[in-house]
Design a binder for this molecule. Structure first.
Ligand SMILES: Nc1nc2c(ncn2[C@@H]2O[C@H](COP(=O)(O)OP(=O)(O)OP(=O)(O)O)[C@@H](O)[C@H]2O)c(=O)[nH]1
Ligand SMILES: [Mg+2]
Length: 429
């Protein structure tokens, strides 16, 4: 397995300066640069890097050559010399040429946000699918930037941004990398086909599938663990989960469903990177219901919620039935709580409170099983009774002289398709 810096001990922590360039484009993107750079600091921490300082600059457009302005570059260099920082981590994406020029100008290793995230992924990937996906993402990212990396890698050696395929493949030519990308895609297809088969089998068996989605660190794995007693990793770190885990969940009525945990989302993640994790996220695309978990206490909550909605849209899961789960309400300020939207498709929980978990199970059940309806059917009509059993789950059955009284949790889709004949026998509440 690839080693991550955070597993090699605190004494060897790489020292880094964070750099964020606030351009017009950044301002328009809707992401708050200050929050974004704070997130970059958490990402750096997760990757095992010690953040020494943060430098921000306002510039309408990035400098073509050095990204930041000339004067700023000098300032960063001086600060690095003073503090012993050897790496500069940029919050925005850099071109190959910019990396090369920055290496020259700053005499430091240059990493950007995407590379940092990929580095964390490389350290986290455990399953074959995860490892393949990360390598594919790293190579796809590396290929167009190849010429920009030769120097810093040969000079500065290991550490963040150099784990994984970068180390071994750099000396080889682009063609070699392209071949490897093709091969990785082929292998991934095989793994994905296997997963699809598995999922298809579950679907055939009639299993209802619910997926936990949301921003990284929102509490998805915590909820999976609390609801199903699954033994999954929960950490106050970004991207604790990379591979999807599925567990059976028993709803209050006794019905069993499958609950799946997925990789967290994050802002400013390049599109091709999202594509690389498509297979993993397909779990979300195939689910009957999504639980969109939100960290209520995060100062970036609104933005995070929006990022998740956008990524879901990209994955073609935008219109799916979704229950918005406002998690960590115990940490949310009075003000934050008052700003949450209410309504039937939202629920507020503290993942560690049993009462809230019960509420959540009930809310899932309501959405999956549909509403309860009552039917009064002539006892002689066995055909209608059979139909009732097909379109829902009979919770109660009584006879009243020549009538059959049935209390049913209707499956809205089945009722729509085949249940018309029952409408005349429905008892108004
Ligand atoms: N106080 C409080 N902490 C919570 C709650 N839910 C989760 N946490 C904490 O939030 C942190 C992140 O939880 P995870 O379950 O790992 O988050 P995740 O969404 O799976 O994150 P990734 O796998 O990184 O995408 C952990 O430290 C949890 O203990 C909650 O309701 N209240
Ligand atoms: Mg997780």
């Amino acid at each position: 397995m690839r080693q991550s810096t955070y597993e090699t001990g605190a004494s060897e922590r790489e020292k880094a300066l964070l750099v964020s360039l606030v351009t017009d484009k950044v301002k328009k993107s809707g992401s708050d640069p200050q929050h974004s750079v704070e997130e970059l600091a958490s990402l750096s921490d997760t990757a095992g890097v010690e953040v020494i300082d943060t430098i921000m600059q306002n510039l309408d457009v990035p400098d073509k050559k050095t990204f930041v302005g000339k004067g700023k570059a000098q300032e960063i260099r001086a600060l690095a010399e003073q503090t012993g920082a050897t790496t500069a981590i940029f919050d925005q994406e850099l071109s190959g040429a910019q990396v090369r020029n920055l290496e020259e100008a700053l005499d430091m290793k240059i990493i950007d946000r995407t590379q940092l995230i990929l580095d964390i992924f490389a350290g986290r990937a455990k399953t074959r699918e995860g490892i393949l996906q990360v390598e594919l993402a790293q190579l796809s990212y590396l290929l167009p930037r190849l010429s920009g990396h030769g120097k810093n890698l040969s000079r500065l050696g290991g550490g963040i941004g150099t784990r994984g395929p970068g180390e071994t493949k750099l000396e080889t030519d682009r063609r070699h990398i392209r071949d490897r990308i093709t091969e990785l895609k082929r292998q991934l297809e095989t793994v994905t086909a296997h997963r699809n088969l598995h999922r298809e089998r579950r679907r055939k068996a009639g299993a209802v599938q619910v997926a936990l989605v949301g921003y990284t660190n929102a509490g998805k794995s915590t909820l999976l663990r609390q609801l199903t007693e699954a033994d999954v990793l929960v950490e106050d770190k970004l991207f604790a989960t990379l591979d999807p885990t599925s567990r059976n969940l028993i709803l209050p009525s006794g019905k069993e469903i499958i609950l799946t945990d997925t990789v967290g989302f994050i802002q400013n993640l390049p599109h091709d990177l999202v594509a690389a994790f498509r297979a993993t996220l397909e779990e979300a695309g195939e689910a009957d219901l999504l639980l969109h978990v939100v960290d209520t206490s995060s100062p970036m909550r609104v933005r995070q919620q929006k990022v998740v909605e956008e990524v879901l849209q990209e994955l073609g899961a935008g219109g799916k039935p979704t229950l918005l789960v406002y998690n960590k309400i115990d940490l949310g300020s009075e003000e934050a709580l008052s700003m949450l939207t209410g309504g039937a498709d939202t629920i507020r929980v503290n993942a560690f409170v049993e009462q809230d978990l019960l509420k959540l199970r009930e809310a899932i059940e309501d959405r999956i099983l549909g509403d309860v309806a009552h039917f009064r059917i002539p006892a002689s009509r066995g055909d209608l009774a059979a139909l009732v059993y097909r379109v829902g789950e009979v919770v109660e059955q009584e006879t009243e002289e020549d009538w059959l009284l049935l209390t049913v949790r209707l499956n809205p889709a089945d009722m729509e398709k085949t249940g018309h004949a029952l409408e005349t026998y429905r008892v108004a509440e």
